[in-house]
Design a protein around this ligand. Structure first.
Ligand SMILES: [Zn+2]
Length: 384
């Protein structure tokens, strides 16, 4: 299958994270088996989705892993000029959901393996395609657990083809999220002292979060690598109260924060937990014994840190002609692969500015550029 034909097929699967991706997995499984690859389909706990690991060459040795996610972000509410799941060429660009993020890399990786499939490999090449990257990287985690459970030999290095315009990234921040739930006591708004206002307490939590945010801003590092060289924090959602004249007995605040490599990914959360248990809750309880404030972590992803000077970093820099690697301004599965002991860099076609937007596209130039690059990468890691 030619690159464009594969691209068209892949864009045609509506693999929005909320949907099943099994149709795409079935297609790839039979296609890759047809190329002589060994295929492992790793099904999600609910059975609706799957990861796919396809291997060309001896599976009992390390090798190069070309990795990407199959899911895409929703198109609902976005103004597209055409069907997002039909590849649409125009003016040297190809439009469609997933063209940048990141089915073009998947098409290129498959095409590159197809081109070398009759040559002799000293180390295997793996294609690792995952589900649910966009909603918490659940697929990559499941795949690594499954490989460890099977005592599978881990790849010796990996490239994730997220859209970087073929720049090379070896670092990114962590991504953590949390929820604060305040339980107060209802009452008539004309008699505030009879109740316990949950929204007021939530406001104090937010104020504390803003203080922690300021404090983290003062702690900068790796300024040459990160556009925003400090941990960031954002309160994204708040919900509470039922009517103007009722003292609210419930308020929920959700926040996320992105931790710089080298810092503790629980730092922000622990600051809030400490403040709530030592300061806020004791004072709140004086208003009413039935009140409560719960702080829960809802997600935690470690930063990605691939050591400077790793074999895969140097090789990717050489092949792309990029002078030095940098830090990705987004979270990836690379942190999970690194944790599994696989040195990983991020380098792929397309522009992250296109990702998640209506009329997402990839340029013809970025589409074609990947093939020789990935081909040489396979040669250098798997054939020398
Ligand atoms: Zn992506």
């Amino acid at each position: 299958m030619q690159l464009m034909e594969m691209e068209e097929r892949l864009i045609g699967f509506d693999t929005t994270s909320v949907n099943s991706n099994l149709e795409m997995v079935d297609f790839l499984e039979s296609y890759l088996k047809g190329l002589g690859m060994q295929v492992l389909v790793d099904t999600s706990p609910d059975g609706r989705k799957a990861n796919l690991l396809a291997t060309l060459g001896a599976p009992d040795t390390g090798g190069l892993m070309l990795a990407g996610h199959m899911d895409v972000v929703p198109v609902a509410g976005q103004a597209w000029d055409g069907d997002p799941f039909v590849l649409r060429p125009s003016d040297g660009k190809y439009y469609g959901r997933g063209t940048a993020d990141m089915k073009s890399f998947i098409a290129q990786a498959i095409q590159s393996v197809e081109a070398i499939r009759h040559r002799k490999l000293t180390l295997p090449v793996h294609l690792a395609f995952t589900y649910d990257e966009e909603v918490g990287c659940h697929g990559a985690r499941h795949l690594m657990d499954e490989l460890q459970r099977r005592d599978h030999v881990m790849p010796k290095c990996a490239v994730i083809g997220e859209p970087t315009n073929f720049k090379v990234f070896r670092l990114h921040k962590g991504f953590s999220s949390a929820r604060v739930t305040v339980t107060g006591v209802e009452g008539h708004s004309s008699k505030p002292a009879k109740g316990a206002n949950a929204i007021y307490q939530a406001a104090l939590v937010i104020q504390k979060l803003m203080e922690v945010e300021e404090e983290r801003k003062g702690r900068r590092g790796m300024e040459d690598l990160f556009e925003i060289p400090h941990t960031t924090l954002s309160v994204g959602m708040i919900e509470g109260g039922t009517a103007l004249n009722i003292i609210p007995n419930h308020c929920e605040v959700k926040f996320e924060y992105r931790t710089m490599p080298g810092e503790d990914t629980a730092y922000v959360l622990n600051q809030i937990k400490g403040y709530v248990s030592e300061v806020l809750l004791p004072a709140f309880k004086k208003q009413h014994q039935q009140v409560d404030i719960q702080v829960e972590e809802t997600g935690r992803g470690e930063p990605m840190i691939t050591a400077q000077g790793s074999e895969i970093e140097l090789l990717d820099l050489e092949l792309t002609g990029v002078a030095r690697s940098g830090a990705a301004p987004f979270y990836t599965e690379g942190a999970i692969y690194n944790e599994a002991g696989i040195p990983t860099v991020i380098c792929g076609p397309g522009d992250i500015d296109q990702a998640h937007r209506p009329n997402e596209f990839i340029t013809e130039e970025q589409l074609q550029k990947g093939l020789p690059l990935i081909g040489r990468l396979i040669e250098r890691v798997c054939m020398s």
